[in-house]
Design a protein around this ligand. Structure first.
Ligand SMILES: CCCCCCCCCCCCC/C=C/[C@@H](O)[C@H](CO)NC(=O)CCCCCCCCCCCCCCC
Ligand SMILES: Nc1ncnc2c1ncn2[C@@H]1O[C@H](COP(=O)(O)OP(=O)(O)OP(=O)(O)O)[C@@H](O)[C@H]1O
Ligand SMILES: [Ca+2]
Length: 524
């Protein structure tokens, strides 16, 4: 037993150079350094948690120096940080003459890998073949499947045949045999998988999703995202990059990131869940226009963004909310939510206590302040449950938003001139503060309500007329185009909601992802 804790130290060869290799179960890490370095001594070290696999090297080494000996070798595959949050799978091969020593090393590494209990063994994979640039299937087969097989992860793969295929399947499938569910696609595909999993959990726990104040049952299965969509903001904001190999490596090593989910209701009827952006006004209109141009792929958003910017609409309504406690940070904080974020960690404890209290039917005490009611004319009402960082806006819609603190950042952009709205938009791309403008307000909240000034019944009366004219291009004279510019629609993670009047509530850490948040010390 004692000897299992002692480091294994041996002289092994790496690329014809003699190295001292150390496998230290206490740290726990594998490290190696050249014994007679030509230049400065470099010590390589890989934490066991970042080793992907160890393999016996079957082939004999071919160089003249070595071929007369019967050498033995093993290869260690590990995750290596490349540039800007990007990870790559690297390999190092160790050689030695002694077959027994080689075997001992392989067994010792395998034993330490077996102690990595958070790693998934069997995964359920859904691929959307039509997301983004329609590369989902190729990306999975060429970049991800080989890594899963290297890590001895087995999979059941379903290539979806229609929208909602993955969601419906998740209500039926036996989930017990899986350690996680993987979504290969964009934010829309992730949303489908998430709706399937959350819905299934509520069904199994007999929780009515139509009740806006019902505490929801959390999902224990982690979700992995292999990015292959148009925006991929959920992947980008939880991993730091939208790169399939990086995501696959986070899945293999069994990373964990909790995530808040917002529920959206209309008149005590459940509409949808949201994890990234709930946007009314500008982002709702961009979505509405972009759906007509799906064939353009990811550029449809830029095209519709430009058109929507030019059309310059504002919408009237009332937003009501309670501000969250200051301990949960402020949307104006200069620091951002990162891997191991202490604000999110604090919320993990609170949410566990809350779930316990609920389990024992104990009273809830909410310490949030008074309701604030804001009536006005808005260019955009954006509720960001996370930063919404994506390649279009690397710092996101709300750079200081937290992934798992149980809060959303509510951004109100009041009616303003085109030039001012452009100033606000441009600041999503540069270092300037997009909230530091007289017509922009931002609040950190746990729940909010929105009521459009014009009753939605008014537009249902005219719905058929509007539908008929909907495909015509609006020329700005809205009496002729039939499009409803009295009310906008809500863009809920890239999907349109059917109602403008909504009640939104954050469910702290309802789901878990195979991710770790944004790491600070990644190479530049
Ligand atoms: C001058 C440049 C200004 C650039 C401003 C860029 C701001 C970009 C902010 C991106 C926020 C993404 C939030 C993520 C939402 C996802 O849940 C959802 C599903 O994937 N994606 C979208 O709805 C997709 C939303 C995509 C929105 C694209 C908006 C593009 C606006 C372009 C305005 C151009 C004005 C130019 C005037 C000369
Ligand atoms: N086989 C399929 N055929 C048609 N639609 C599908 C299929 N599988 C999934 N979908 C739907 O396609 C929609 C868009 O998918 P996805 O999110 O992968 O791509 P995207 O819209 O290009 O990217 P993003 O959401 O990042 O903007 C999802 O809402 C999903 O429900
Ligand atoms: Ca949040």
């Amino acid at each position: 037993m004692e000897s299992a804790r002692r480091p294994l130290v041996s002289q092994l060869w790496v690329k014809n150079r003699r190295n001292e290799a150390v496998l230290d179960p206490e740290r726990p890490a594998l490290s190696w350094k050249e014994l007679q370095p030509k230049s400065g001594r470099v010590c390589h070290s890989v934490p066991i948690s970042e080793i992907i696999a160890v393999e016996t090297e079957q082939k004999r080494y071919n160089s003249d120096t070595w071929q007369k000996f019967n050498h033995h070798a093993f290869t260690v595959h590990y995750a290596q940080r490349a540039q800007k949050h990007c990870w790559r799978c690297s390999a190092v091969t160790f050689w030695c003459k002694d077959e027994e020593l080689c075997h001992q090393w392989i067994q010792a590494i395998k034993k330490l890998l077996e102690l990595q209990t958070s790693r998934p063994k069997h995964l359920l994979v859904y691929i959307n073949p039509y997301g983004g640039k329609q590369q989902g299937k190729q990306i999975y087969e060429q970049k991800v499947a080989p890594l899963f097989s290297l890590a001895s992860i087995t999979t059941d793969v379903i290539v979806t045949e229609r929208a909602n295929h993955a969601k419906d399947d998740l209500f039926e499938v036996n989930l017990e045999k899986y350690d996680g569910v993987i979504s290969v696609g964009g934010d829309g595909m992730f949303s489908e998988v998430m709706h399937g999993l959350i819905g299934r959990m509520q069904k199994d726990s007999s929780i009515d999703q139509n009740n806006p104040s019902a505490p929801l049952a959390p999902c224990n299965l982690r979700i992995g995202i292999i990015p292959a969509g148009s925006t991929d903001c959920i992947c980008y904001a939880t991993v730091g990059i939208n790169d399939p190999v990086t995501s696959a490596l986070h899945i293999i090593i069994g990373d964990l990131q909790h995530m808040d989910v917002c529920s959206v209701h209309h008149n005590n009827t459940f509409l949808k869940y949201s994890v990234s952006l709930l946007g009314y006004g500008f982002y709702g209109d961009v979505l509405k226009d972009s759906e007509k141009n799906r064939w353009m792929g990811p550029t449809r958003y830029d095209f519709s963004g430009f058109k929507t910017f030019l059309s310059h609409h504002y919408y009237e309504g009332t937003v009501s909310f309670q501000q969250a406690n200051q301990t949960l940070g402020s949307p104006r904080d200069k620091s951002t939510c990162q891997s191991g974020c202490y604000i999110c960690k604090q919320s993990t404890q609170e949410v566990e206590e809350k779930r316990k209290r609920h389990h024992y039917n104990l009273e809830e005490t909410e310490d949030d302040g008074d309701w604030k009611v804001i009536r006005g004319k808005f260019m955009a009402i954006n509720a960001a449950n996370m930063s919404c960082a994506c390649p279009r806006s690397p710092k996101g819609l709300s750079p200081a938003a937290h992934l798992a603190a149980g809060t959303i950042d509510l951004i109100l952009v009041r009616r303003c001139s085109r030039l001012n709205f452009l100033r606000h938009l441009v600041r999503h791309k540069n270092q300037d503060d997009q909230f530091d403008l007289a017509f922009v307000e931002v609040y950190r909240v746990k729940t909010f309500l929105f009521t459009p000034k014009h009753s939605e019944n008014e537009d249902t009366d005219n719905k058929d007329v509007r539908k008929k004219h909907f495909n015509q291009i609006c020329n700005g004279n809205h009496s002729s185009c039939g499009c409803n510019h009295v009310n906008s629609i809500w863009n809920c993670d890239g999907e349109a909601l059917d109602h403008a009047a909504v009640e939104v509530r954050v469910h702290c850490q309802l789901i878990k992802l195979f991710a770790r948040g944004i790491e600070e010390d990644s190479k530049p």
